[in-house]
Design a protein around this ligand. Structure first.
Ligand SMILES: NC(=O)c1ccc[n+]([C@@H]2O[C@H](COP(=O)([O-])OP(=O)(O)OC[C@H]3O[C@@H](n4cnc5c(N)ncnc54)[C@H](O)[C@@H]3O)[C@@H](O)[C@H]2O)c1
Ligand SMILES: O[C@H]1[C@H](O)[C@@H](O)[C@H](O)[C@@H](O)[C@H]1O
Length: 338
């Protein structure tokens, strides 16, 4: 049984606690912590977990085998570094950290430790639709990928969501997915700014990202975070010999009153429910088997942060921003994306 401590008991923290307590096996939630002490206390009481005042205290708790970081992005670095210093596995929700420099500090700490301890929550790599799309691409059926069209649509976002988060919190999923799907790094990014949706409040919504990969494929991504009608994630690859796209994911089709309708997921919890189950079960099984991290690594978190930083700068400048990564440390050498 792996004893997991959860830092951040907000939306995804509670959703991961639900799956660890009622869906997954071989795991127990033994401790929680949140700057919002009242939420942490009520969640801790509900699942019978110890409540720690700080995340650092939770990581140092001898009964905690591994930590799940589900607090806000800018707070991830301190907890990931504390877990590495304690020599304990840590699963960090995306983004690994909100700046390139913070990700570099994590890479330095993990390479100095001398083994992988960190996994990042890029769950699309575990989603059956994305995996099927990758399998078609890798089979060579549609030839060399030339273009990819993506859309990332949220029905709405919380009040704490700020302008740059369209890149740093939302588009990062697409950035990681593209690196994994196409197996190459991204060499430049531009952000086009269409006229604003009246539903977006102070946000510049939507945005349109254009990414160039090292091998010359072009990927476009629509980011809409106030689309209202549901949570809609789309992706289509155009290859030399054919195209392949994520399908409509609803198991239900209703024909009524002259219309054909399929329900749209309400949010990320519903759309990626199985992907989250698989990523965390594999993480737990890995720890139990002595392999603390097999999924998206600190290197993946770093590479996504570099592109995301470039995306923020492209958003503000309107320019094409080239991307350069540092040399990849040997620790991450075996990984697929470039
Ligand atoms: N993989 C995914 O699809 C996915 C989905 C949702 C959220 N996320 C990521 O998970 C993280 C949390 O998102 P959320 O939607 O649950 O947000 P949320 O606001 O619902 O919850 C975050 C919680 O972290 C707490 N917190 C903030 N600073 C803290 C600190 N220094 N120490 C401890 N706790 C702190 C807050 O009080 C809050 O309870 C974000 O990084 C987000 O990008 C990932
Ligand atoms: O933190 C959330 C989460 O990562 C969702 O998967 C994404 O669709 C949202 O845009 C983001 O704000």
């Amino acid at each position: 049984m792996i004893n997991v401590g959860v830092i951040g008991t907000g939306m995804i923290g509670q959703d991961h606690i639900r799956r660890m307590t009622s869906v997954l096996s071989g795991v127990r939630v033994c401790a929680v912590s949140d700057v919002d002490a009242a939420t942490a206390a009520s969640v801790g009481e509900r699942v019978g977990a110890a409540v720690h005042t700080t995340g650092q205290e939770l990581i140092a708790d001898p009964s905690v085998d591994a930590t799940l970081v589900c607090s806000w992005g800018p707070t991830h670095e301190q907890y990931v570094l504390a877990a590495i210093a304690a020599g304990k596995p840590v699963f960090c929700e995306k983004p690994l950290a909100t700046t390139t420099e913070a990700c570099q500090r994590i890479i330095e700490a993990e390479t100095a430790y001398g083994g992988r301890l960190v996994q990042v929550g890029y769950m699309r790599r575990y989603d059956s639709a994305y995996r099927a799309l990758k399998a078609v691409l890798d089979s060579g059926q549609i030839g060399n990928p030339l273009l990819m069209h993506c859309a990332h649509r949220n029905p709405s976002v919380p009040g704490v969501y700020e302008k740059d988060m369209a890149i740093t919190d939302t588009a990062v999923h697409e950035i990681d997915m593209v690196r994994w799907m196409l197996g190459e790094e991204i060499r430049a990014v531009r952000v086009l700014v269409p006229r604003r949706s009246r539903n977006g409040g102070i946000l510049q919504d939507p945005l349109f990202l254009l990414m160039e990969t090292a091998g010359g494929a072009i990927v476009d991504v629509e980011i809409s975070v106030n689309i209202r009608y549901g949570y809609d994630i789309r992706g289509e690859i155009v290859g030399e010999d054919g195209t392949a796209a994520l399908g409509e994911l609803s198991p239900l089709v209703v024909r009524h009153a002259g219309q054909v309708a399929t329900p749209v997921p309400a949010d990320w919890r519903e759309r990626f429910i199985r992907a989250y189950d698989i990523e965390l079960q594999e993480w737990i099984d890995g720890i139990a088997g002595g392999v603390p991290a097999t999924g998206p690594s600190s290197w993946d978190g770093y590479a996504a942060a570099v592109v995301s930083d470039a995306g923020v700068s492209a958003l503000h400048s309107g320019e094409r921003v080239p991307i350069a990564l540092m040399d990849k440390p040997k620790l991450y050498a075996a990984e697929a994306a470039a």
